[in-house]
Design a protein around this ligand. Structure first.
Ligand code: GDP
Ligand code: MG
Length: 359
């Protein structure tokens, strides 16, 4: 297998792939997504510099919920609906690398293979390994690659989990929470679904007993919410009961997704959300650089300074020492051992003292 990391060839490879992408080719897009998955920040920077300015076309639909709820089956059906309108559809399935997903991924492959010959459908699964179990920067990168290629709707399937660095609610324009009857934690999921500004509820497997109960639980919870006046952008959260096997309730769900797009596309809330995401990404980029460039040095410096002795001798707590060093960094009094990356560092005193360049 070809390696994309580290060497000079990488730059050439990426350049070639980007030029393929410019021609709208799928092969290079797929390989670019693989590069993003490898998580090299420089590659990511290079690719996004090219891709990002040409994005903003695609509508990102997050399909989230517990494993086995039928998310992939629903997406499969939604793609069918969208294809009847000749829309170009991308789909990214984020596999949580758990034993449960092994079989599901195989199922996905079989289901999705029905679109193999369709040039206007792109389906890709991405691992979430190496991240905190949910979405990674690579997922967002992949969404942007598809957006660049003018996919009209991009479905992102994720297993609903709370603590992730980039949440599906941050990156999706429309979030559908998929629940099923008989799952013990349904009420809890409903509550957090509402809290996290879920846009559409789906109760899949409506062929199973108890689905009406789940629908009415959601309805009750939503009514409570409305009484507390949390509705702001004029969108009334719908609840769709679906059967993905018999394809029932799917076209209504698809209509709701399109309606949601129409309703919120030009709202201030959407702009605010985009600003929040952009801010978070900028901060993440800085943090990443900061960790890479400074943390090792700070650690070495602490070791060399015998600062730790004060902790071992119970003179100071680790927290106090940490806070003192942090204050020194902020006050520009902390000397690093070596010169970190040139462009963000200014040197003084013959290169011995370095600090983050002030804006
Ligand atoms: N009875 C029933 N089974 C369904 C329905 N939708 C999906 N399934 C089945 O549920 C299992 C999990 O579906 P899948 O789409 O892989 O769920 P995901 O893990 O949420 O993506 C599969 O065996 C599907 O065939 C439905 O509406 N009714
Ligand atoms: Mg799935």
């Amino acid at each position: 297998m070809k390696s994309f990391s580290g060497d000079k060839k990488t730059t050439v490879d990426i350049d070639n792939l980007l030029s393929g992408l410019r021609k709208g080719r799928i092969g290079p897009a797929s390989r670019i997504i693989s590069i993003l998955e490898q998580g090299n920040a420089d590659d990511m920077d290079r690719i996004m510099d090219e891709v990002f300015p040409q994005t903003g076309h695609g509508w990102v639909v997050g399909i989230t919920g517990p494993p086995g709820a039928g998310k992939s089956s629903l997406i499969n059906n939604l793609i069918r609906e969208a294809r009847q309108e000749d829309l170009k559809i991308g789909s990214i399935l984020v596999d949580p690398t758990s034993p449960v997903s092994g079989g599901a991924v195989l199922g996905d492959r079989i289901r999705m293979s029905s679109f193999a010959a369709d040039q206007k459908v792109f389906i890709r699964s991405m691992g979430s390994r190496g991240t905190l179990g949910g979405l990674s920067a690579a997922t967002l990168g992949a969404v942007r690659v598809l957006d660049y290629l003018k996919y009209d709707y991009i479905f992102v399937e994720t297993v609903g989990s709370g603590q992730v660095d980039i949440n599906i609610c941050d990156i999706a324009d429309t979030v559908c929470l998929v629940l099923i009857p008989g799952a013990g934690d349904a009420i809890q999921a409903i509550k957090s679904g509402i809290r996290e500004v879920n846009d559409i509820f789906v109760v899949n497997k409506r062929d199973r007993p108890g689905s009406e109960q789940v629908v009415s639980n959601i309805r009750n919870a939503l009514e409570m919410r409305e009484k507390h006046n949390l509705d702001d952008n004029g969108w009334q959260i719908p609840i769709h009961a679906t059967d993905s096997l018999l394809r029932e309730g799917i076209s209504e769900l698809w209509d709701s997704i399109k309606q949601h797009k129409k309703t919120i596309q030009k709202t201030v809330e959407r702009q605010d959300k985009q600003r929040r995401l952009a801010t978070q990404e900028v901060v993440d980029t800085i943090m990443h650089k900061f960790k890479k460039e400074f943390l090792n040095q700070i650690e070495e410096k602490i070791r060399a300074d015998r600062t730790i002795d004060e902790i071992i001798n119970r003179k100071k707590s680790p927290q106090k020492v940490g806070n003192e060093i942090f204050s020194k960094i902020v006050a520009d009094q902390f000397s690093f051992l070596q010169m970190p990356e040139k462009e963000i560092i200014k040197s003084r005193n013959g290169g011995k003292r370095c600090s983050i360049k002030k804006p």
